[in-house]
Structure formats: C-alpha cells, structure tokens
Design a protein around this ligand. Sequence first.
Ligand SMILES: *Cc1c(COP(=O)(O)O)cnc(C)c1O
Length: 371
Amino acid sequence: MLMPFLDLKAQFASIRQEVLDAVTRTLEAQQFILGPEVTAFENEISALTGCAYSIACASGSDALILALLALGIGAGDEVITTPFTFFASAGSIARVGAKPVFVDIDPQTFNISPGAIQCAITPRTKAIMPVHLFGLSADMNPILELASAQCIPVIEDAAQAIGARYRGRPAGSLGLIGCFSFFPSKNLGAAGDAGIITTNDAALADRLRLLHVHGARDKYVYELLGMNSRLDAMQAAILRVKLRYLDKWAAARQHNADRYRQLFSEFHLKARVRLPAAPPLCTHVYNQFTIRSSDRDNLREHLLTRGLPSEIYYPIALHLQKAFAYLGHKQGDFPASEAASREVLSLPIYPELTEAQQHSVVAAIADFHPE
Ligand SMILES: *Cc1c(COP(=O)(O)O)cnc(C)c1O
C-alpha cells in the first residue's frame, strides 16, 4: 500500500511526548476509574459543545444505550433512525428492547430525510435518533420542529461528528441528548473504546450519572437499574491531549477535502463520480470523504491493484442485516439507503495525508474512467 487508509501512527508521532507524559501521570496517580482526569475531560467536552452536562462512558454504543435508558425507553417503544449508519445506532435501540423504525436517507447528504420522518411517527414513538454521518450534521431544524411539536425527544448520534456544526451550533448540542464515540478511527480517538453523552437537561444528566455506575448515587445504594459504563482515567488523560489538536486536525481534513474537490475537477471526474455534499450552513468535519460510483466494486479493486486503500461504509443497509431480520424488511424498502450501500466509497482523508498522495488517488480514479 502506498499509504494507510488512516495514519494513526503519524498522528501519534506528532504528539508522542505529550501522550507519554499523560500516561505516566495517570500511572503515578494510580486512580484508574473516573476521578479528576475524567471530570476534567467532561468539562472540556462541555466547553466544546456548549452543553451544561457531559457524562463520560465506556463507548459510543454505551452512550446511545444510556441515553435511551435515561429516557425510560424500552419494550413496546419505537425509536426512529436511519438504516444507513453504523450498526450501533439501531443496535442500541434494539438492545434496550425497543423497536428501531427506519426512515430512508436524503441521497445527497446520506443523512436521515427529515421530510420522511412524519409518516413513521406513531403513538409509540419515544425518540428520534438522527445520525450525523461521516462528519456532516443531519438537517436538524425540520427534525427539531417536528419533534418539539409532538414532544418527542431527539437523541443525536454524533459519534462521527465531534466539532461539526449546524447553522453555527455544535453537533451533539442540538437535540435533548448528544452521543459521541472516541473509537480510535473517529476524529477524536482514544487508545481503545470510549464515549460521552452531552445534555443541557439537569434531571437527565443526573439519571445518566447514576445509570453509568450501576444506578448508585451513594456507594452500595442503588436507585436505578444501571450498568457499568465508565471512562478510564487513562483514556481521559490521552483524550485530553488529543482534544487540544481537534480543531487543527479538523481543519486539515477540510483542507484535504477541498484539495480532493480541486483534483476531481482538474481530472474532469465530476461527471463520473459524485463528491460529498457540503451544505452551506453546515461545518463538515470529514470523518470520512465518501464518493459515489455506479461501478464502485470494480473501482475499489482498481485502486487496490495500484496500492491505494479505500473503505466501504456501509456495504449493507441495516434493514437488510440478519440481526434485524425479525423486523420483516425486504429489499426495496429504503431505496436511497440501498443505492448508497452499493455506490459509496470512502477515500483516505486523515490530517497527515499529503497532496502527492491525494494526487495519486485521484489519478488512479481517472485512469479507471478513460475519456
Ligand atoms: C462509531 C459509531 C458508534 C459507536 O461507537 P463505539 O464507540 O464504537 O461504540 C455509533 N454510531 C455511529 C454512527 C458510529 O460511527
């Protein structure tokens, strides 16, 4: 391979001493579960998102599950989300015993189509969970209007969108609850699994704080049936180092996206592949730079023979996954999501990517499409 799909080793090399100092500091403190590092990290995420409360937990998937539990969502309830996303969005809904109700995507943005949500609402709808896929916020205003008119809470799956903005407001601060993941491949990645939940609602924050420590307010006194989903101090200490670079890394991703657009135009490829949408009122943080091709699988093969990596997020829409077969969906139920799963291809977009590397990616795509 001429380059990795994501170069975490290059990222580590650029912050090596600071990370090692944070790890050493944590080892010397010998306090590994919650504690001051975690509290400091939560405060920094509150400052970043403008949310009053942040509750760190063990993963982005747990953040979604805790959010649903805090809202009392379970058996007999329905939660609306998109079928074109990572498994955990709908998986968390099913895991708490509720039913994922899918609504198709807007083919331009890959995000849930706000206009199609109303038809999916029933008396059992207990939340709407838009996903800010690939680092681009869903079109939140129509979703929030619809939800508030019917008193339905909105849980944002902002796992891929830390630092993204919608009409100037941070992703994860728009709905009632925001859920973030710090899986290593996200824009802010831990050295393992990690996640956080944000909200401005004091009562919800209080429930979330209990739920992630087995439901205990005081030691060995349990008010709720919670779970063990805490952030390790080691992860918090490392994440605090990386958080200082988040804006710089997002700017580098945006710069690389602009350069791809320029190169695709120079190679006259704009009629051959579709480039990601960049709606004017959104700040895209490009966790992925995802193009569409009608001959995606052969294009990917062609890139591989040239030593160029790419990834398919996501090859099978969730309504067609075996794990969700019990929902009774079939091919054709969500055509825009199914088309996306056949056509999408994500290209390397990580901050350390060079212009020469991007040039080789686009040149290889160009010779797959001879004039
Ligand atoms: C990564 C991701 C999650 C889950 O996060 P984990 O930390 O891996 O559990 C949830 N939703 C989306 C859209 C994601 O990309």
